[in-house]
Design a protein around this ligand. Sequence first.
Ligand SMILES: O=C(O)CCC(=O)C(=O)O
Ligand SMILES: [Fe+2]
Length: 351
Amino acid sequence: MRSPTPFLSALPSHPRPGPGCTDMASQTRYVDRVIPCISMHDFEDRIDEITDQLIQAAENVGFFTLIGHGISKEHIDSMFAISKTFFDLPDDVKATVPWNPNNVGWEKNSQIRPSTGQPDSKESYQLQFGENMNDLWVKYDDLPGFRTASLDFMNRVQQVSECLMLCFARGLGFPERFFIECHGISRPNSQTTMRLLHYFALPEVSDGKVYHRAGAHADWDFLTLLFQRDGQDGLEICPGREVVTEFGIGDGWTKLKARTGEIVCNIGDLLMSWSDDRFKSTFHRVKAPCKPGDYFGDRYSIAYFNQPCKDSLIQGPSKKYPMVTGAQFTDTAMKRNFAALQEKLKTAAAA
Ligand SMILES: O=C(O)CCC(=O)C(=O)O
Ligand SMILES: [Fe+2]
């Protein structure tokens, strides 16, 4: 059932409509690109080498995969199992923890991307560490152990994120712990978010409709860490951003295979801005399956969005953009997203 409420899309995404990027997979031009794969093993000893690799990836592709990151396949599988137990609950139970614009809570079929003008065919539950989660954790009696297990996994992903932040701070010439402090998860106004995602199984025989899974967008956070499951493919990327302040998108998409042990990372608009556009926030989507060979089954993923604390001060080393707070950055991103969505809906209504 589709929710009639157009979702304000306050989720960390920053869609860009553009030529050749309609999400109609039949019109897609595919391009082979090398997505850097970076191993974090022996992090302390290899920090210089890892920093160089991350900077290269951030400057040239905006996407990279991580291995040797220290989160075991068992932990990832177990978090996916917990995520499924949540999504298997009846909708009226999930509706006791509804989504709100602080980017927390459960939504279903309600995120409309400006790139498609239609809701993604999915449900998601967003979790944070701080006060935004008050009353938004599913009740213990409805799902015992969910909160503890989720927070444990979030802490593990945070540790990986902090290693990456340390490298990016070094690469940009900030004090080593600068980004880590700006994203402190123990602060009550932390906005860092883990999003559990469930894309519904779709009909393999076309009924004439396009079921978008996640329409094309760029994330507006600092850095996104994404977990996927073997065989549940669909993620595609399309580098195209030159400056964080302008819309723009290329037309050549590259498929990324879903692998359970790897973490797929992408630079978000925030890090693009904080690096004075040196690092690229990159468009991506989860393809609307429509062809033999596409994956039509249920797809589960987990995205961890590193968001700044509301009072963090954001400005790149060469001061390309005016200084803003974390709260202002997120607010501007949401408003821009909302305006792009209104524009898309207006154009669609006029057509
Ligand atoms: O589910 C995925 O693979 C991607 C999700 C995503 O890009 C997002 O939620 O921003
Ligand atoms: Fe995304």
